[in-house]
Design a protein. Structure first.
Length: 256
């Protein structure tokens, strides 16, 4: 953990020093905003917050450390572009082309990636937290699962379910994802959906000889089979109370 922290600090320091020394070519920024044509341009650390760059040609451009938060890059051509350390928070990236682009350490939180092309893109350290429509080929089932857990912990159950759906689509036998999706459904009062997921999870855990998982799923099923009018509390189920009711086993799926 210490080594990871030091590496992260070193990376951020490098980005900070780079952005201090380098700055975007002002003529290139003007060209981009006026024509949306800026192939191979130097846009290092450019401030392009909320810019309308839909359909822009930025292939081969240097956007290292650029701030594109909330911009519209739908359909943009970013093939071979350098976006390392760039902020793409909340950006519309639908149908954008990132083939061969460098997105190392880029911030894509809450971005929209429907039909985006990322074949051959460098994604080491890219932050996809909260991103919508992440292409299945760029993340593993475990990564989608981790994203779902993170959203579930923040109370964003619908987004968590979406990530668990993607994990299950890639790996249909992913028992952990079924159980986690069941808990997320339980939180939005979809008891039937939660029950179905818990049953599938129990069968999968049993077939995989995972005794802890099987026990957890069985305990969840028992909780769901308890009539609502027999519960002390009313209203939306408390996730904390639920954790307490089944013990520490569920912490494997929603760690705090």
């Amino acid at each position: 953990m210490k080594n990871q922290l030091l590496s992260a600090v070193a990376f951020l320091t490098t980005i900070s020093l780079t952005t201090t020394v380098q700055a975007a070519n002002s003529e290139h920024v003007k060209q981009l905003l006026a024509t949306k044509q800026c192939q191979n341009c130097d846009l290092t650390s450019a401030g392009l917050v909320m810019a309308d760059l839909s359909g822009a040609n930025l292939s081969g451009a240097n956007l290292t450390g650029a701030n594109l938060s909330r911009a519209n890059l739908s359909g943009a051509d970013l093939r071979g572009a350098n976006l390392s350390g760039a902020s793409l928070f909340g950006v519309n990236l639908s149908e954008a082309k990132f083939n061969g682009a460098n997105l190392t350490g880029a911030d894509l939180r809450n971005s929209y990636l429907a039909n985006a092309e990322l074949t051959g893109a460098y994604l080491n350290g890219t932050n996809f937290q909260g991103a919508v429509a992440i292409p299945s080929q760029i993340a593993s089932p475990a990564e989608f699962y981790a994203l779902g857990v993170a959203e579930g912990q923040k109370g964003n159950q619908q987004q968590a379910i979406s990530y668990f759906n993607q994990a299950i689509a890639i790996k249909p036998e992913y028992a952990d994802a079924y159980l986690a999706r069941g808990v997320a459904r339980y939180q939005i009062l979809d008891r039937q959906g939660a029950f179905q997921d818990a049953q599938v999870a129990e069968k999968l855990f049993t077939s995989q000889n995972n005794s802890t998982g099987t026990l957890t799923a069985q305990t969840f099923i028992k909780e769901l089979q308890t009539p609502v009018n027999e519960k002390v509390s009313t209203g939306k189920p408390s996730f904390v109370d639920f954790l307490g009711s089944i013990g520490s086993v569920l912490l494997n799926f929603f760690p705090f």
